[in-house]
Design a protein around this ligand. Structure first.
Ligand SMILES: C[S@@+](CC[C@H](N)C(=O)[O-])C[C@H]1O[C@@H](n2cnc3c(N)ncnc32)[C@H](O)[C@@H]1O
Length: 246
């Protein structure tokens, strides 16, 4: 086993950077306004102080960036366990992780398998995850000693290359919202349904569009249940949909 730990990256690094820059910008603006005489006269006259709005924005943006960072560095592994524990594993399952990134769910599932196989697909968008690269997914597979139980492939969620009824379990975390158009997200869900075997289970975790995904699964005839949002260790808070192909 490799001595180095797997690194699953920081989600939406550009968003975190923007939140930090904006919070510094608001802080500097608030401080600068404190030194401008005409502004202070304006405050005295109108009893309205924009500096508090600046400091409030600094606080909320910096807390949001810290919570997002904390999800990526701590919460992500807890959330992975939560998703993996929703399946009653037999060990021989064929599993697909849609939008695997650096292999988070694919590797989590592979650890539960004996004769089964976990496949991870992605198009490896830079903006969605730091170090988002097929090579980094391969490095994590080696570090977690699951290379004999995994297969990584460049494939788009909207048009998968697998045959119908290929997988017992389809997993996906924080992938589908990255597909900007509703019709693209619908295609991705319909692809998940197509490649799932009858009796198979899909577990989809995301922070928005939850009702939309449930609507498509239901229209395709799957039985769904949705969890409440997990505020404690995910940010933005994630929900989990469990969909069963009957
Ligand atoms: C925020 S990352 C999450 C990665 C991983 N699931 C995790 O939880 O660490 C979202 C991933 O979805 C992938 N993705 C976005 N659109 C996709 C698409 N149409 N098909 C496959 N993967 C996609 C991105 O490249 C990225 O790796």
């Amino acid at each position: 086993m490799s001595s180095k730990k797997a690194n699953y990256g920081i989600d939406a690094p550009g968003v975190i950077r923007t939140l930090v820059f904006c919070s510094i910008g608001f802080l500097l603006t608030g401080l600068a306004l404190g030194f401008i005489n005409p502004y202070l006269q304006f405050v005295q006259h109108y009893h309205f102080d924009i500096r508090w709005a600046c400091f409030g924005s600094t606080l909320s943006l910096s807390v949001s960036s810290l919570l997002m960072y904390n999800y990526s560095t701590n919460g992500k592994l807890k959330h992975r366990n939560r998703i993996i524990d929703m399946i009653e594993w037999k060990g021989d399952e064929k599993v697909l992780d849609v939008g695997t990134g650096r292999g988070l769910l694919m590797i989590g599932a592979a650890k539960k398998l004996e004769s089964g196989k976990a496949t991870g697909i992605d198009i490896w968008n830079d903006e969605d995850l730091s170090g988002n690269d097929i090579e980094n997914a391969r490095v994590n597979v080696l570090r977690e000693s699951v290379s004999h139980k995994t297969f990584i492939k460049h494939d788009d969620a909207r048009k998968m290359s697998f045959a119908d009824d290929s997988f017992d379990v389809v997993l996906s975390n924080l992938c589908l919202h990255n597909i900007e158009d509703k019709s693209g997200r619908k295609k991705a869900i319909r692809e998940i349904v197509r490649v799932l075997k009858p009796g198979g289970i899909a577990i989809i975790s995301d922070f928005k569009n939850i009702d939309e995904y449930v609507g498509v699964f239901s229209k395709e005839g799957l039985k769904t249940t949705t969890s409440p949002k997990f505020w404690k260790d995910t940010f933005p808070p994630l929900s989990i949909i469990r969909a069963e192909k009957v």
